[in-house]
Write a protein that binds this ligand. Sequence first.
Ligand code: 13P
Length: 251
Amino acid sequence: MRNWIVAGNWKMHNTTGESIALAQAIKEGTKDIKNGEVIIAPPFTSLFSVGAAIKGTQVSLAAQNMHHEDKGAFTGEIAPGMLKDVGCTYVIIGHSERRKYFHESDEDVNLKVKKALAVGLKPILCVGETEDERVKGVTQSIIDTQIKKALSGVENIDNVVIAYEPVWAIGTGKVATSAQAEEVHHFIRGILKELYGAVSKDIRILYGGSVTKDNISELIGMENIDGALVGGASLKPDAFLGIINQITGKK
Ligand code: 13P
């Protein structure tokens, strides 16, 4: 049985003070969780303070992005070692907003995944098709390419988490149906099996895109959906804890 994960991607929200308050509330509300993991991904400026606030608790810290080099003349970028230094154990890589607005390619994503694993950070690798691609019927080939390119040269995926986030469902309120999501999750697990064999059954695959406490139960009930990567609903304690509470009642 795979342990569930609920990860909150705070995106470009929250000052340091707001971040600490939210982290404290999440820490308090998740004291008794079992068989699962709660991860929060504040903006870079809050990582240090939030890392200190949740140190030694059941809540893990993630960054939303990183550079693939150890250090150097890359103005405005953040190195993997800096993330470890402030207590990150996870890093979100290849989010569709990074792919769309910052032109991250599958090759960039691959460099980052390999680097994260090399330094001991667990990548949450995001993949997903656009609405146009879904309408054209090329969802599976898009996902296949994104996963295979991102994992090219990666020999061990024990520490990789995959997040399937259909772009059309992000921030739109248009959640994929549990059947639509499960179909892609099942497909992703098939790719992992083809690439890595038996270990694929232990890899967590999260769904992301307009997840709330009202739709998580159906999603988490599906065989290959192991949790959620949450955007909007991760910014308010009640909304985020509500998702976790729905899952703990279920899985
Ligand atoms: P929303 O939950 O706001 O749709 O965002 C999903 C997401 O992009 C998480 O990474």
